[in-house]
Design a protein around this ligand. Structure first.
Ligand code: AMP
Ligand code: MG
Length: 423
């Protein structure tokens, strides 16, 4: 395991007082390690889990050549580009009930979607392309079909012996269906990541406590919990920890012994007159950063025992933004995912001018909509204060104004990270 100093020494231009967002991601990618333990789960419980091994197809899907349409199967070599073809219907092939006989020249078999292609036949004419030609015959007009049309090949989806899914795949609905199509009842996945989180600050009230002057209810624990639930982590809610060294020490020690990662909020600002930072420093290998971003400048990162620490700022929007920008990709890596990159950004035309200084990354809460002519446009939610949590509720994405980018004029295209599926 590398120390923070060793990691920092390998990062170009590492400046903990003005760290570019990209350097934060790079640092964290070097800090965290994927979990190793695995377990077998039923496919019905596999959604959101991360595959611990490549899955090699035990069979081909589909297992046989079969028809993609309801129609008539025949030997397509008989088609000619400028003459209709008349065929005698000699039998019927149903899905799940193959037709076993021989089909000669001038003959065809009525076939249903999914039915096995009878021996020697390679083409299916859809029912609606055909004309009746007497009691037991059909006619295919010239030029409507080519040899091989409407036949699905055995193994065209998945081939026996080939990898169907790779280790590190985070299983979505499609992958769960795909595993089931292979007849696999269970799959090996990495164990769930355990993440402990607590809020700090003497002004923070837990739900159920009476309001008092100068105090605010703890929203961060619920946004963090929601974000962790979306990632499929096992969560350990440790409540609000008061600003007393003994309580903080106890909380950090317990979190470090129970969890792979610890997320705290509050108490990492510059000039913060509390014990949180001091305790992090005392118990672990922790760096305190000022990130060149808005919102969410201060952040503490490191290790306490074998746990990775993410000390997020206290402001509710800053918590969510730093989670999405930095913690989420790091947790995905710890979960064993191969693809930890954030979802692709959309480009939308800004409906507003936005002032922005190059040299920091800004995340504005955005509302993306579609113009009548089908283009994407985006406006901000208004007040972009880092405590204005309602802006995250109104927004459907974050407008990402990149590090080197300057001000935005009305009509300029900007990048947006959409929330759907993430937040
Ligand atoms: P701090 O980072 O501790 O300086 O906190 C910055 C701001 O975020 C202050 O206004 C805090 O009251 C507020 N804050 C800190 N923690 C929470 C929390 N868990 N829930 C809601 N607001 C918080
Ligand atoms: Mg505070």
């Amino acid at each position: 395991m590398k120390t923070l100093d060793q990691i920092a020494a390998r990062l170009q231009g590492y400046d903990p007082q003005a760290l570019p967002a990209a350097a934060v991601n790079e640092f964290l990618a070097r800090l965290v390690e994927p979990v190793e333990d695995t377990e077998d789960v039923a496919i019905a419980d596999a959604l959101g889990r991360v595959l611990a091994q490549d899955v090699i197809s035990p069979l081909s899907v589909p297992p046989h050549d079969n028809s993609a349409m309801d129609g008539y199967a025949f030997d397509g070599a008989q088609l000619s580009p400028d003459a209709a073809l008349t065929l005698q219907v000699v039998g019927t092939a149903l899905a799940g009930r193959a037709w076993q006989g021989q089909v000669g020249p001038g003959q065809c078999v009525k076939i249903m979607t999914g039915a096995i292609m009878p021996a020697g036949l390679d083409t299916v004419v859809p029912q609606e392309f055909t004309r009746r030609a007497g009691e037991q015959a059909i006619e295919i007009p010239a030029g409507v079909l080519r040899q091989g049309d409407n036949r699905r090949h055995a193994g065209e989806d998945l081939m026996a012996g080939q990898p169907a899914l790779r280790q590190g795949e985070r299983l979505g609905p499609a992958s769960c269906g795909l595993l089931a199509s292979l007849g696999l009842p269970r799959v090996p996945v990495f164990r769930r990541l355990r993440v402990a989180y607590f809020s700090t600050g003497d002004e923070i009230l837990s739900l159920g406590e009476a309001p008092r002057e100068g105090a605010v209810y703890d929203s961060n624990r619920y946004t963090v919990r929601g974000l962790l639930d979306r990632l499929g982590c096992e969560v350990i809610d440790m409540g609000v920890v008061r600003d007393e060294p003994a309580l903080l020490e106890q909380a950090f020690r317990r979190a470090a012994s129970d969890a792979d990662a610890i997320i705290t909020s509050g108490g990492v600002s510059v000039g913060e007159a509390d014990f949180t930072k001091a305790m992090m420093k005392q118990l672990g290998d922790v760096a305190f950063w000022r990130i060149a971003m808005r919102p969410g400048r201060p952040m503490a990162v490191g290790r306490i025992g074998n746990s990775v620490l993410f000390g997020l700022p206290g402001n509710p929007v800053a918590v969510m933004v730093t989670f999405l920008a930095f913690v989420r990709p790091a947790l995905l890596q710890m979960m064993g995912c191969r693809d930890t990159a954030p979802p692709p950004l959309l480009r939308a035309r800004s409906q507003e001018a936005m002032r922005k200084k190059p040299g920091r990354t800004e995340y504005q809460r955005g509302i993306v909509s579609t113009t009548p002519d089908g283009r994407l446009q985006v406006r901000t939610t208004g007040n972009q204060g880092s405590g204005v949590l309602s802006s995250m509720v109104q927004a459907n994405g974050l407008i990402v104004l990149h590090h080197a980018q300057g001000s935005v004029a009305v009509g300029d295209e900007v990048d947006v990270m959409m929330f759907e599926g993430v937040v």
